[in-house]
Design a protein. Structure first.
Length: 162
């Protein structure tokens, strides 16, 4: 059971870091171009998008960061350039797409593990200070009542009728 919590905690933080890296890359990409080359493939982050390009022949591998000459506009939609000659092609993936794919489950994982402060409803988070009815006035959930020792006692339907 403990390993599940460790995995979930790792995935939450990994998702948060991945989102932060993608946001920084998105806002820096109009001014900086990060690219790398392995074999016939070139991957680059520029203008708010990831470019994957396949060339038929490439001479020397390289990795680098270059300053873009001008602030070109962001790329907002998927694009694909089919082979014009031989096996050259280019796929363009805007960074907001992988950011959304990573951010939504990360947000849900963080929200799932949020802690409800003492004295609040476990279902909706409503502040139950001064509530004597035993039900949340916001959502109607039966709430446990705290004793002087800090133990919680669930009120039964018979107690409400007395």
């Amino acid at each position: 059971m403990r390993t599940i919590f460790r995995k979930r905690r790792f995935l939450k933080w990994a998702g948060l870091v991945a989102c932060a890296v993608m946001i920084v890359a998105f806002f820096a990409s109009p001014y900086w171009n990060v690219s790398g080359h392995i074999g016939p493939y070139l991957a680059a982050v520029s203008n708010g998008a990831v470019y994957v390009i396949r060339f038929e022949d490439w001479i020397t591998p390289f990795w680098g960061v270059r300053r873009n000459p001008g602030g070109e506009p962001y790329v907002w939609w998927l694009d694909y350039w089919p082979p014009a000659r031989f096996s050259h092609w280019c796929a363009v993936i805007p960074l907001w797409i992988p950011l959304t794919i990573v951010a939504v489950p990360t947000f849900l994982a963080w929200r799932r593990d949020r802690r409800i402060p003492p004295g609040h409803c476990a279902s909706c988070g409503y502040d139950l200070t001064g509530n004597v009815s035993g039900r949340c006035s916001e959502c109607g959930t039966l709430v446990p009542q705290q004793t002087a020792c800090g133990e919680s006692i669930a009120r039964s339907q018979e107690d409400e009728n007395k």
